[in-house]
Design a protein around this ligand. Structure first.
Ligand SMILES: [Zn+2]
Length: 83
């Protein structure tokens, strides 16, 4: 059994089915990790438009993963979540 993971925005702990994993690879590339198994430092966010919007506003992933991200990244996250 997996431990619960925490959303970088609202800090809720959830099962992975309810979250999106973003990973910073050892090469420093930021990717959405559909497998939940990719190597590297990971951060999670709810499959929720509000959390994704808040993450962009607060630069939550930039802080969690110590990286720069463009709006395209957040658009991609948004596309993964239904209204
Ligand atoms: Zn959340």
């Amino acid at each position: 059994m997996y431990p619960l993971r925490m959303c970088v925005v609202c800090r809720a702990r959830k099962e992975k089915e309810e979250l999106i994993r973003v990973v910073k690879s050892p090469q420093g590339e930021i990717e959405i990790d559909f497998s939940f198994k990719a190597m590297g430092r990971g951060a999670y966010i709810c499959k929720d438009k509000n959390c994704i919007l808040a993450a962009q506003k607060r630069k939550a992933f930039e802080r969690a993963l110590r990286c720069g991200l463009d709006s395209e990244f957040y658009e991609k996250l948004g596309e993964m979540v239904s209204e």
